[in-house]
Design a protein around this ligand. Structure first.
Ligand SMILES: Cc1cc2nc3c(=O)[nH]c(=O)nc-3n(C[C@H](O)[C@H](O)[C@H](O)COP(=O)(O)OP(=O)(O)OC[C@H]3O[C@@H](n4cnc5c(N)ncnc54)[C@H](O)[C@@H]3O)c2cc1C
Length: 431
């Protein structure tokens, strides 16, 4: 690869690949530099012994994922390749699964909530919140928001959902992004998964782009007309750079960010996520494809996903695939624990909710994310709009953290915005 490039995108996650795709469409020459040996970042799939293991993201929505669907249309990927999951999700309460969580049907079935809390749930689900402006809700944490309602709303809805899906502590993360995402994606009946694995979009984008794998950017130094990227002894000079890595990585590699950008970069913290995927010799019975566990039921496992119910081809015929997500209270510790210990701890804890699980395990695979999801603290939410309004520069950013949103749609939107900002800066230079 030439050491003088037009645009360098650091990171081949879904944000970086989207930015590169948009820039290439606009006629720019783009090189994507990825530290890992595959593309997709936190939206990836591992294929092993006939199992399709979604290592990070599990699903997308037919609603509210407008930028994702727009890029998919560019790639010729239609809805048939993202079938509706078509099964409900549930919450564990008093010894059994209560289906209908995050679904209007929950108002009838209860979805684990008492009658008074069900009325409150209607209020939560009816609310309209802005995905792109999470600060519009204010800086209340999830726990502060839920305190307006019956205690069940925190214990059997908000806490299990934010801990189970985002790895959040509801006392630390903001309600605005949670409510903005809920409003946008609609009920769980709208949720879909990629038929051929969650890496489908990343693979399709990478096929059309110039991507260098196993290229870790150690240092990025911004200048007035170009930026330099260092990796070992290699130096690359680029007219524009898009840093499409989580904010903690930006803080490590970007040597001289402008002073006005640093408060938001520093406020953009992440929570860790740890998952163990259990390949099974059978399919355990389950009425829902995903169960979240309230803290009173388990502080070891937060979510159980029956992947073979999410999509039948995730496991070979007759065999099962179950994913356990570590509870936020143990996730940080498990980042540095051996795979065998993580698998044993989580599978033992899950046995109570899926009897016979351990005896069905043929093999376990562990995935850890030190930067799992944006933590979306009130501090980050409060600084977002100011950061978004900054003037364009040589070094731009993409990633879910830019929108302070814990989902892939935010990453895709940020990629499109980063591309638009790079193009706007170039247009100005030519005037
Ligand atoms: C366990 C889990 C479950 C999730 N579930 C869902 C879900 O169901 N639905 C949903 O919409 N979202 C979900 N998400 C969120 C979603 O996966 C992310 O929001 C999205 O994938 C983030 O994309 P990104 O491009 O911003 O970052 P990343 O995917 O993290 O991409 C960053 C890339 O940069 C690379 N990189 C890092 N450092 C360097 C360096 N120094 N030099 C070069 N490259 C570097 C990384 O290897 C990576 O490929 C989940 C996330 C996790 C962790």
């Amino acid at each position: 690869m030439s050491t003088d490039v037009d645009v360098a995108v650091v990171g081949a996650g879904i944000a970086g690949l989207t930015a590169a795709h948009e820039l290439r469409k606009a006629g720019r020459e783009v090189h994507v530099l990825e530290a890992g040996n595959r593309v997709g970042g936190r939206m990836a799939t591992v294929r092993r012994d006939g199992f399709l293991i979604d290592s990070g993201a599990e699903q997308v929505s037919g609603r509210g994922y407008d930028a994702t669907w727009a890029v998919l249309a560019d790639l010729g990927i239609g809805a048939a390749e993202l079938p509706r999951i078509g099964r409900r999700i549930g919450v564990w309460r008093d010894g059994r699964v209560r289906p209908g969580l995050v679904h209007p049907l929950g108002l009838l079935t209860g979805a684990g909530l008492s009658v008074r809390a069900r009325l409150d749930l209607g209020d939560v689900l009816r609310g309209r919140h802005d995905f792109d402006r999470p600060e519009a809700f204010g800086t209340a944490t999830v726990a502060e928001f839920a305190a307006r309602y019956h205690p069940d709303v925190l214990d059997y809805l908000c806490r299990p959902v934010v801990s189970g899906f985002f790895g959040w502590d509801p006392e630390k993360s903001s309600a605005g992004p949670f409510l903005g995402l809920l409003s946008a994606i609609g009920p769980s009946s709208a949720w879909r998964t990629y038929r051929d694995g969650m890496d489908t979009m990343a693979r399709a984008l990478a096929d059309r782009l110039d991507v260098s794998l196993s290229f870790r950017a150690d240092e990025v130094i911004g200048g007035t007309r170009s930026a330099r990227i260092y990796s070992g002894s290699t130096e690359i000079r680029a007219r524009s750079v898009v840093l499409a890595v989580p904010a903690p990585v930006v803080r490590q590699v970007y040597v001289n960010p402008p002073a006005h950008e640093t408060p938001f970069l520093e406020a953009s913290t992440y929570v860790p996520m740890v998952k163990v995927h259990l390949m099974l010799d059978r399919r355990p019975a389950a009425g829902v494809y995903l169960v979240v566990l309230p803290a009173v039921a388990s502080r070891t496992v937060s979510t159980i996903v029956f992947d073979h119910l999410k999509h039948p081809d995730r496991a070979p015929r007759g065999r099962g695939l179950v994913t356990l997500v570590a509870h936020p209270s143990v996730a940080a510790r498990l980042l540095d624990t051996s795979d065998a210990e993580v698998a044993d701890l989580l599978a033992t804890a899950a046995e109570e909710f899926v009897p016979g699980l351990r005896s069905a395990v043929v093999r376990a695979v562990v995935h850890r994310f030190r930067d799992g999801l944006p933590e979306a603290t009130p501090g980050a939410v409060a600084l977002r709009a100011h950061f978004a309004a900054r003037a364009g520069g040589v070094v731009e950013y993409a990633g879910d953290w830019v929108g302070v949103m814990p989902c892939s749609e935010a990453a895709v939107r940020s990629g499109r915005r980063a591309a638009a900002r790079v193009l706007a800066v170039s247009r100005k230079e030519h005037v």
